[in-house]
Design a protein around this ligand. Structure first.
Ligand SMILES: Nc1ncnc2c1ncn2[C@@H]1O[C@H](COP(=O)(O)OP(=O)(O)OP(=O)(O)O)[C@@H](O)[C@H]1O
Ligand SMILES: [Mg+2]
Length: 347
């Protein structure tokens, strides 16, 4: 079983659209697929044509409630099986109660993981989880159980800033639980003709390297229509550009060997509580001062940024309020052609 969590704390970047349509494409390709709506907003539930419905309908909330009450979960009553090879666990508002009741409980982040390891779920080849726009208890459950995390990025720099947040949560997950899912990114709401989109894509590529899927999901009114009609894009208009994009994305998701790419994600840290801006510039990003190379300020006074680097040897420096400074925490250094000293990083 492969489990893919779709997550991003940024709202409206396309998590639900990606989760629903990747799940639909996987099932069309012959895979027994389960989609779990883990967002109290229940947008995936609506997008598949189920209104929140009567409160007696069982939802993902019952998985958590059963854990809390130590009762058995009636999975047959929770899983909806209206579509071919495409099963679905709906959500409703009650999921936020799970967050409140269980968030503090020991081991609560592993509830979904324990559930999906039960024999009822053995038949599923792919499980896709739609997460809410936060890094709270529900998203932690989805990231904990996942072997891959798929992050949609919309065309705003807020999206790129959010990437550091993703890696921080991933670091926390690894430290606290030992779980280390791989993270992949996909650009959504892509505007082909926009220069801004092209620039942002170049920056995203530099930051994310091969972890950015080459498929871009273009903006398409068909996707909005499909969600409103309660249909997947393949049910609504299988020939439209968005359907093509989702087929391509799904093929990339299925590509073998993605976990073994020879690249390293490296965090750069610089302590400067008073600084107004800190960039890291080096051979790996063309020494180009751009938004993608700007570090984010942490509460500790450190500035932090994650970069995807191929193996090799790099020169770099920090640009702190327009002043070049070598990395004080790295003793490896070398004089450059300008007669000043660069820090050296070998990965
Ligand atoms: N490629 C696209 N083209 C056109 N509209 C899109 C596209 N992707 C998403 N949308 C629309 O943008 C809105 C937000 O998308 P979606 O609900 O998938 O985002 P989300 O990240 O799940 O939001 P939330 O954070 O609230 O869960 C929806 O109305 C959706 O139909
Ligand atoms: Mg959503």
């Amino acid at each position: 079983m492969h489990i893919i969590a779709v997550a991003n704390q940024k709202g409206g970047c396309g998590k639900t659209t990606v989760a629903v349509n990747v799940a639909a494409a996987l099932s069309k390709l012959g895979n027994e697929t389960l989609l779990i709506d883990l967002d109290p907003q229940a947008h995936a539930t609506f997008a598949l044509g189920y209104s929140e419905g009567p409160s007696e309908r069982k939802t993902a909330y019952d998985i958590f409630r059963a854990y809390f009450d130590s009762t058995d979960v009636p999975f047959e009553e929770i899983v909806i099986t209206g579509r071919e090879r495409f099963s679905f666990i709906p959500a409703n508002m009650m999921l936020s109660a799970a967050e409140i009741n269980l968030g503090e409980m020991n081991g609560a982040a592993a509830i979904l993981s324990r559930t999906l390891s039960g024999s009822f779920f053995e038949k599923y080849e792919y499980v896709i989880i739609d997460s809410p726009p936060s890094f709270g208890f529900l998203t932690l459950n989805s990231m904990y159980v996942a072997d891959r995390i798929l992050i949609p990025l919309d065309l705003s720099y807020f999206s790129l800033n959010g990437i550091n947040g993703v890696y921080r949560v991933k670091g926390l997950l690894k430290r606290e639980t030992g779980r280390d899912p791989s993270v992949f990114f996909v650009m959504n709401l892509y505007e082909r003709r926009s220069n801004f989109a092209k620039q942002l894509e170049r920056d995203a590529k530099r930051m994310l390297g091969p972890y950015l899927f080459s498929t871009r999901i273009r903006s398409s009114v068909r996707l909005r229509e499909a969600a409103r009609l309660g249909k997947t894009i393949f049910e609504h208009d299988p020939g439209c550009s968005a359907a093509v994009d989702f087929r391509n994305l799904t093929n990339e998701v299925l590509a073998p060997g993605m976990e073994n790419m020879d690249v390293v994600i490296r965090e750069f840290l610089f302590h400067a509580p008073e600084a107004g801006s800190v960039y890291v510039l080096g051979d790996f990003n063309g020494w180009k001062k751009s938004e993608a190379n700007r570090l984010s300020k942490l509460e500790s006074g450190y500035w932090s940024g994650h970069f995807t680097l191929s193996r090799g040897r790099y020169r770099y420096k920090f640009l702190v309020d327009n002043e070049w400074i070598r990395d004080p925490e790295n003793t490896a250094a070398e004089t450059n052609v300008f007669g000043t000293v660069d820090s050296i990083l070998t990965v």
